[in-house]
Design a protein around this ligand. Structure first.
Ligand code: AMP
Length: 377
C-alpha cells in the first residue's frame, strides 16, 4: 500500500516523500479514500496515530479541484482544543501544501495573543485551524464567515469537551451550512463525543485505531524502583550521566512541575515547566525552544503536554506515574515515532508498584524494573 494508491495526486505524493513518510499508517489508509469520496469520518485515534495527515492530505487534494476561498469565507474549518495543536496542524498543512498547483492558504488562530494580526491574515484563507473561543471572537468581529465551510474537522474532540468548550462548539456548529462534510477525531468515544457524532455526522465511516497499536516496538521501556524523596536527585543523575538532551519529563501536578524544573536549573541542567497555569504565550515559547533543541528538559503535566509533537524525541520520563494506563501509553508514544528509537523511563515509588503492574497488564508488555538503590548516584 502506497500513498499514490490512496487517490492522492503526484505533487502531493512528492511532498509526502519529502516528509519521509514511506507508507501510509493504518488510519491514513482508511481515512484518506473515505474523505476524498466526501464521506463523513469518525476516527477514534490519538496523537501519534498519524491522524493529522489523514485529514490534511485529502483536504489539500480536494481543494486542488475547487476555486480558492473568496474573501473571508473559509472552506475548511479545523477545530482544536489548544494553541499548540493549532500550530502543529497548520504546520502539517503547510508542509504538504508547498508547491501545489492551486495554493491552499492555511491559517492557525487561537486565544492568548493579539487578535488584530489574525484578522488581517484571514483574507483569502482556505483552511482555518482554530480554537473555539478565538474563532467566535473573530466571527463576531466579522473577520471570518463560516457559511461556506465545506469540510469541518473536529480534532481531539474529547479534549475540547474536557476543556469546557461545549457551549462554544455548539455556537460554531449553528453557524455552519447544513450541507458539508464532517470529520471527527477523538481519543475516546465518550457519551458527549457520541452525541456530537449523532448530531453532526451522517453515516460516518468509523475508524478505530487502538492506542496500543501506536506504541511502537522501538520504544525501550525501563522502570526504576525508588523512594519518593530520591526521585529528584535520581532524575538529575540520569540526565547528567547519560548526557541526555531533549528530555520530556511528565509530572502529575503543576507545583511539582515548577519544583522539578527549579531543581534541575539549580543543578545546571536547563529546564522549564509547562502547565495550565502558565500563559499561552509562555507555553508556546517554551515549547518552541524545546522543539528546536534549545532547552534541554521540558517538565510538563499531562494537560499541558497535549499537542506536543516532536519527531525523534529521544527521552520521555514519567517522574510521576500517570493514573490511567491509556495516559501511560499516550505519554510513551511520544518517543520512538516514525522509525526512531526512543526510551521511556518510569520512576516507581513503593506506592506506585501495584498500579504499575496494572499498567503493564493493560499494555500487554512487561517492563524491566531496576532497583535504583543499587545504583550509585
Ligand atoms: P499525528 O498522530 O498526526 O500527531 O502524527 C504523529 C507523528 O507521526 C508525526 O510526527 C507525523 O509526522 C508522523 N507520521 C504520520 N504519518 C506518518 C507516516 N505515514 N509515515 C511516517 N511518519 C508519519
Amino acid at each position: 500500500m502506497s500513498f499514490s494508491n490512496l487517490g492522492l495526486s503526484a505533487p502531493l505524493v512528492k511532498n509526502i516523500i519529502a516528509q519521509q513518510y514511506e507508507k501510509p499508517y493504518p488510519i491514513q489508509q482508511q481515512a484518506i479514500p473515505a474523505i476524498l469520496q466526501g464521506k463523513d469520518v469518525l476516527g477514534i485515534a490519538q496523537t501519534g496515530s498519524g491522524k493529522t495527515a489523514s485529514f490534511a492530505l485529502p483536504i489539500l487534494e480536494k481543494f486542488q479541484h475547487t476555486e480558492p476561498s473568496r474573501n473571508r469565507f473559509v472552506k475548511a474549518l479545523v477545530l482544536v482544543p489548544t494553541r499548540e495543536l493549532a500550530v502543529q496542524v497548520k504546520d502539517v498543512f503547510h508542509a504538504f501544501g508547498t508547491d501545489l498547483q492551486r495554493k491552499v492558504k492555511t491559517l492557525a488562530v487561537f486565544g492568548g495573543v493579539s487578535i488584530n494580526p489574525q484578522m488581517m491574515q484571514l483574507q483569502g484563507t482556505d483552511v482555518l485551524v482554530a480554537t473555539p473561543g478565538r474563532l467566535l471572537d473573530l466571527v463576531e468581529s466579522k473577520a471570518v464567515h463560516l457559511s461556506q465551510v465545506e469540510v469541518l474537522v473536529l480534532d481531539e474532540a474529547d479534549k475540547m469537551l474536557n476543556l469546557g468548550f461545549k457551549e462554544e462548539m455548539d455556537k460554531i456548529f449553528a453557524l455552519l451550512p447544513a450541507k458539508r462534510q464532517t470529520i471527527l477525531f477523538s481519543a475516546t468515544l465518550s457519551n458527549d463525543v457520541q452525541s456530537i457524532n449523532e448530531a453532526l455526522l451522517h453515516n460516518p465511516v468509523i475508524i478505530a485505531i487502538e492506542a496500543e497499536s501506536i506504541s511502537p516496538e522501538q520504544i525501550n521501556q525501563v522502570a526504576y524502583n525508588i523512594a519518593p524523596e530520591k526521585k529528584g536527585p535520581f532524575l538529575r543523575h540520569l540526565i547528567k550521566q547519560g548526557e541526555w538532551q531533549q528530555v520530556l519529563v511528565f509530572v502529575s501536578a503543576t507545583r511539582t512541575a515548577d519544583n522539578v524544573a527549579d531543581k534541575l536549573n539549580k543543578n545546571g541542567i536547563e529546564a522549564a515547566a509547562m502547565h495550565s497555569k502558565k500563559s499561552q504565550g509562555a507555553r508556546t515559547e517554551v515549547l518552541q525552544k524545546f522543539k528546536k533543541g534549545k532547552l534541554r528538559v521540558l517538565v510538563a503535566t499531562d494537560l499541558a503536554s497535549r499537542g506536543i509533537d516532536i519527531e525523534l524525541l529521544p527521552y520521555v520520563i514519567n517522574y510521576d506515574l500517570p493514573r490511567s494506563p491509556k495516559d501511560y501509553i499516550h505519554r510513551i508514544g511520544r518517543t520512538g515515532r516514525a522509525g526512531a528509537t526512543g526510551e521511556a523511563i518510569s520512576l516507581i515509588t513503593p506506592e506506585d508498584q501495584h498500579h504499575f503492574k496494572i499498567i503493564q497488564k493493560k499494555m500487554g508488555k512487561q517492563v524491566p524494573i531496576v532497583n535504583a538503590e543499587e545504583i550509585d548516584f
